[in-house]
Design a protein. Structure first.
Length: 357
């Protein structure tokens, strides 16, 4: 690993009590370039702009994917990352689907831990606080040719994070637009997936909804995801979530919620959820909760669902009655080292990794 530490660190200007998510970046980043069929040296260097051309193939043809993960700090100042092996496996799954080179464990996990260790002072301590980490791969070759690129870059950047949605949100069930289709790239964290979601979300915003519940592309009769999150539905005391597929992302938070629910003895069913079932459950009073989960948001509880011009309000349950909030607390307590980790999900980032290597 090639290391170049910042000579003008900005950490002294960081106020952990007053910052906005996604707009402030830590002092360093990880860069690794792919050329001539192989990855080069991992570089840990000061965060900043890189020289790129508008002819870069990642911009023109969309060969780009990313991951989202977090680092947490406990009351003793120890730093942990959460299930990093899942993100490592998934970025390579995305890269393969987009015909990009896969990264090695040394590049991904080695670079990740070194970056988090070096900039550990940027991780804010406290409830809901963390460091959001963005590993990504994108094509850098300059060529206006619609083909697989020959040059790529792997990078890791990070930003201090706090609660994404602080209040419950209203969502609209989509009966026209789709997030993904069979044979597409819905199961990859492809950058283009998110760009394609912005316009339908804008239309939903104009109707008073913060997000969309995406439905299947062929019939629009089944839930798939919500915004950029996996979706869960509670009817009576049973939780339902759609199975992953080539249209639904295999979310790390989603999998964690499933395992935590099973550990608590909650009945959780991984099966298709029909719009009709949810609407009927709302009408007969058995629909207790609907929520989304993801790395950035952890959990977002829905306060209302819009469908075909009708707004269906949902009950707002206190922590002791809410499965969503209870499972969120279980997860966050493990992530932040407040509770024991029976699953082995929490990974300690040792201090001075670079000096001890």
């Amino acid at each position: 690993m090639i290391i170049q530490k910042s000579t003008n660190p900005r950490i002294s200007n960081f106020d952990p009590e007053n910052f906005s998510f996604g707009n402030m970046f830590i002092d360093h980043m990880v860069i690794c370039e792919y050329e001539n069929g192989k990855w080069g040296d991992v570089k840990l260097m000061p965060y900043g702009p890189l020289p790129f051309s508008p002819a870069m193939m990642g911009v023109n043809y969309g060969q780009a994917c990313f991951e989202g993960m977090k680092a947490y700090k406990d009351k003793d100042g120890q730093v942990f990352i959460f299930r990093p092996e899942k993100n490592f496996a998934r970025i390579n799954k995305s890269a393969k689907r987009l015909a990009m080179p896969e990264v090695t464990e040394e590049i991904f996990l080695g670079g990740l831990k070194a970056l988090v260790d070096l900039d550990r002072d940027w991780i804010p301590y406290g409830e809901g606080n963390s460091l959001y980490i963005r590993p990504l791969i994108f094509a850098t070759e300059e060529a206006l040719k619609a083909r697989i690129a020959n040059k790529f870059m792997f990078a890791i950047v990070a930003t201090p994070a706090k609660s994404y949605y602080s209040e419950p949100v209203a969502v609209k069930i989509s009966d026209y637009y789709s997030r993904a289709a069979n044979g597409g790239v819905g199961s990859a964290k492809a950058a283009g997936n998110y760009a394609a979601s912005f316009y339908p979300t804008k239309l939903a915003n104009e109707e008073g909804y913060e997000q969309i519940i995406w439905t299947d592309d062929s019939t629009h009769e089944y839930f798939e995801e919500s915004g950029t999150m996996n979706v869960f539905v509670r009817i009576n005391d049973t939780i339902y979530t759609p199975p992953t597929s080539e249209k639904i992302l295999d979310g790390v938070t989603r999998d964690s919620f499933i395992q935590l629910a099973k550990r608590r003895g909650i009945d959780i069913q991984v099966e298709p959820i029909s719009v009709k079932t949810v609407i009927e459950a709302h009408k007969n009073g058995t629909l207790k909760e609907v929520w989304g989960v993801g790395t950035a948001v952890v959990t977002t509880v829905f306060k209302a669902i819009g469908y075909q011009g009708e707004r269906l309000d949902l009950p707002q349950l206190p922590l002791e009655e809410s499965f969503a909030l209870t499972l969120q607390k279980d997860l966050v307590d493990i992530q932040s080292n407040v509770a024991e980790d029976p699953f082995g999900w929490r990974v300690l980032v040792e201090k001075n990794i670079l000096e001890n290597a």
